[in-house]
Design a protein around this ligand. Structure first.
Ligand code: NAP
Ligand code: G3P
Length: 484
């Protein structure tokens, strides 16, 4: 992989089918988390430019909504094809911009093309329903209700940094095929990747105004976008605090929020520890744990804890650590502030008596994979989302204790249960307050057509292709009163 840094480009934002420099004259430097060099700049746009983008989105959406599903499908299929054509270029930018290994970055682009195609196929096979009046007491046979789904208008799509293409397209694709227009506000660290994704969309000749990418810090334009009267739906993925702020400011419009997580890996006494540890290591340390669905704590039965910790330690010793250009699993975190936060969690745990099994080593924003044993509930790392490569092990004496600790969390995204007893697995799964439970597998969002749900502090509403199509449309009822 070339180590030449991308030429320092000031990337324009995309409004009504045109690439533009902002009238603000402001740009935001994007610094690579591992090259520690500015790899490009994006525009810090003005609120007037936000207004303009939303205006053109509404104008374009009126026509787009009248376009046939088959016609809209053609544009999205072409977009997917263009992404595949650009996958090497986009993957390199994802790697340089968010520090994701080149292999994971390429997988993200291909996964996104697959997601777009599947979304189109799903939409093409979503049909409404009809109802007869006489199925209700006193209802008339001559009343027929025709129920179909219609677009909401202009969708505001706000993804996080860690999947700058896949989590953006997971919002754009269902919005677009359903007849909506989109205002896309990428994470700032990830905005160049988002712009490249829109370049692929531009090459698919989408009508002007249907998709607009508005760049600028969330702290600058986020509230203005969220509160804007021209926004008809918001699909947000990001931190819980940001999501709560957004939900309080949004008007009476549909929201889908996919937020933070503290997914537990529950290891029962009868679990196959080698199998479980494979999933735990991958779940906790892939992309340095910068996944909402990362396994962020282990709740293990005390009778097998020593053995599990020993196995985990051996696997962690072998984890490749370093630059994403060499395909490492544990890579520098997105920025120093994040690394400081993770280091703080480690320091707090050790100060309070946790056993450092391995790790607690740092090189700038690279934190080495860290395993903490004998973690207790007074330690912050037992509850906070690190979004980094630190895994606390909490020892429990029963399934009930594991369930209680899991449910005490403010989060409720996913959980993993490792056991040979399928009945016990379902008993635990039924009691865990999360959107999803993985039995004998790591916590993860994929495959992308599965419903993906966060409850409590992990979100509101559901993603996953079919659920996203439903959340970006509404039902419309037309009642036919036939002549008696
Ligand atoms: P973040 O700091 O909350 O930012 C998420 C997005 O919100 C970014 O595009 C950000 O833009 C934008 N934003 C910031 N302030 C805003 C405001 N006032 N109004 C509107 N938008 C605003 O999260 P992150 O650091 O990118 O991602 C990490 C977090 O996201 C973790 O907590 C992780 O668990 C969560 N996450 C959840 C899922 C899921 O599916 N549940 C998936 C991935 C990540 P700027 O970048 O310009 O600030
Ligand atoms: O944090 C991003 C979230 O969507 C995780 O995706 O597929 O890595 O579990 P995945």
């Amino acid at each position: 992989m070339s180590t030449n840094v991308l030429p320092l480009t000031a990337y324009n934002f995309y409004l009504n089918g045109e690439w533009r420099k902002s009238k603000s004259g402001k740009t935001i430097n994007i610094t690579s988390p591992y090259l520690n060099e500015v790899i490009g700049k994006v525009q810090g746009i003005t609120t007037e430019e936000v207004d303009e983008a939303i205006y053109y989105a509404h104008e374009a959406q009126k026509i787009w909504a009248e376009t046939s599903l088959q016609e809209r499908a053609k544009f999205l299929y072409k977009w997917a094809d263009q992404l595949v054509n650009m996958q090497d270029e986009i993957a390199e930018i994802i790697m340089k911009e968010v520090g994701k290994s080149i292999k994971d970055a390429k997988n993200e682009v291909v996964r996104t093309a697959d997601l777009i195609r599947y979304t189109v196929d799903e939409a093409l096979h979503m049909h409404g329903e009809s109802m007869r009046g006489d199925s209700f007491p006193g209802g008339s046979k001559s009343k027929v209700a025709i129920i179909e789904r219609v677009p909401l208008g202009v969708v505001l799509a706000i993804p996080p940094f860690n999947y700058p293409v896949n989590l953006a397209a997971a919002k754009l694709a269902p919005a677009l095929i359903s007849g909506n227009a989109v205002i896309f506000k990428p994470a700032t660290q990830g905005a160049i990747s988002g712009i490249k994704m829109i370049e692929a969309l531009h090459k698919a000749d989408f009508p002007a105004g249907i998709v607009n990418i508005v760049t600028g810090r969330g702290s600058d334009i986020g509230d203005y976008l969220v509160e804007h009267a021209g926004i008809n739906m918001i699909s947000f993925t990001g931190g819980t605090n940001t999501g709560i702020r957004l939900a309080k400011k949004a008007a009476m419009i549909p929201l889908v929020l996919e937020l933070g997580g503290k997914d537990p890996g529950i290891v029962r006494e009868d679990a196959d520890l080698h199998e479980a540890s494979k999933h735990i290591i991958s779940g906790a340390f892939s992309y340095s744990g910068q996944r909402c669905t990362a396994i962020k704590r282990v709740l293990v039965h005390e009778r097998v804890a020593d053995e599990l910790v020993a196995i985990l330690k051996k696997k962690i010793e072998k984890l490749p650590v370093g630059s994403p250009e060499e395909g490492n699993t544990v890579v520098p975190l997105i920025d120093n502030r994040s690394a400081d936060f993770v280091q703080g969690l480690i320091d707090d745990a050790i100060e309070k008596g946790a056993t450092l099994v391995i790790g607690n080593k740092r090189d700038h924003n690279l934190i080495y994979p860290t395993l903490l044993d004998h973690v207790t509930e007074d330690m912050v790392v037992a509850w906070e989302e690190p979004f980094g490569p630190v895994l606390p092990v909490i020892r429990v004496s029963s399934d009930e204790e594991a369930i209680a600790i899991a449910n005490q969390s403010e989060f409720g995204l996913q959980a993993s249960v490792f056991t040979k007893d399928i009945n016990k697995a379902f008993t635990i799964a039924n009691k865990i307050e999360t959107g999803s439970v993985q039995i004998n597998g790591r916590t993860e969002r994929g495959p992308d057509h599965f419903p993906f749900i966060g409850v409590k502090g992990s979100g509101m509403g559901a993603q996953g292709i079919r659920k996203s199509l439903e959340s970006m449309t509404r039902e419309k009822v037309t009642v036919l009163n036939l002549a008696e």
